[in-house]
Design a protein around this ligand. Structure first.
Ligand SMILES: Cc1cc2nc3c(=O)[nH]c(=O)nc-3n(C[C@H](O)[C@H](O)[C@H](O)COP(=O)(O)O)c2cc1C
Length: 171
């Protein structure tokens, strides 16, 4: 097979990536940002349920408010783009059904044939987990999304920093 990217190019990009501590004020070119947004949207998740919301915080006033509750880290105000990844706190049967109906409609699939898949999702995520289990599951899916974003950014030569150093309860 012919790889879309050469192995050495990929490894160069991954070796180049580092947790950037200080950003300049240069705005990311729009095509780069649009591709990175897509990397979030295209991130895989268990069953495809995507139990997340991505917030792109553009208002400088909001970013200034977030900084003190993020260990005063300068990346919060200075990076070209600030993405907050929020997990769903609850996954209900209605959520599964909405996803299932959309999937059936977009794929023009047969709902009866796919019914076992719907049952599997309900058994696995809705009925098979308690509230804490659902939140933990959703957080793990979010981890996949941000890793996808950071890896994609590295491939494009865009600096990033994951930020867990924040007081989520204050936000
Ligand atoms: C989940 C997670 C949370 C992180 N939170 C912060 C953070 O709040 N501030 C920061 O400067 N770096 C943060 N980092 C960056 C790590 O400290 C960094 O990835 C690690 O030291 C390895 O360095 P490298 O990414 O430059 O290879 C975080 C990384 C991860 C994976």
């Amino acid at each position: 097979m012919t790889p879309a990217t050469q192995p050495d190019q990929l490894l160069n990009a991954l070796n180049w990536r580092y947790a950037t501590k200080a950003f300049d004020t240069m705005a990311l070119p729009v095509p780069l940002w649009e591709a990175l947004q897509e990397s979030l949207r295209l991130a895989p998740s268990s069953y495809g349920l995507q139990p997340w919301k991505f917030f792109v915080i553009t208002d400088p006033a909001v970013r200034a408010k977030l900084r003190p509750v993020s260990w005063n880290q300068s990346q919060i105000t200075d990076a070209s783009h600030l993405v907050v990844i929020a997990r769903r706190t609850e996954i209900t049967e209605d959520d599964v059904n909405a996803f299932f109906n959309q999937m059936v409609s977009e794929r023009q699939a047969n709902a009866t044939v796919l019914e076992p898949y719907r049952q599997m999702m309900i058994g696995g995520v809705v009925k098979g987990k308690d509230a804490a289990g659902q939140r933990e599951w959703a957080a793990r899916q979010c981890d996949i999304a941000w890793v996808s974003l950071l890896t994609s950014a590295a491939v494009l030569g865009v600096d990033t920093c994951a930020i867990e150093g924040l007081d989520a309860a204050s936000i």
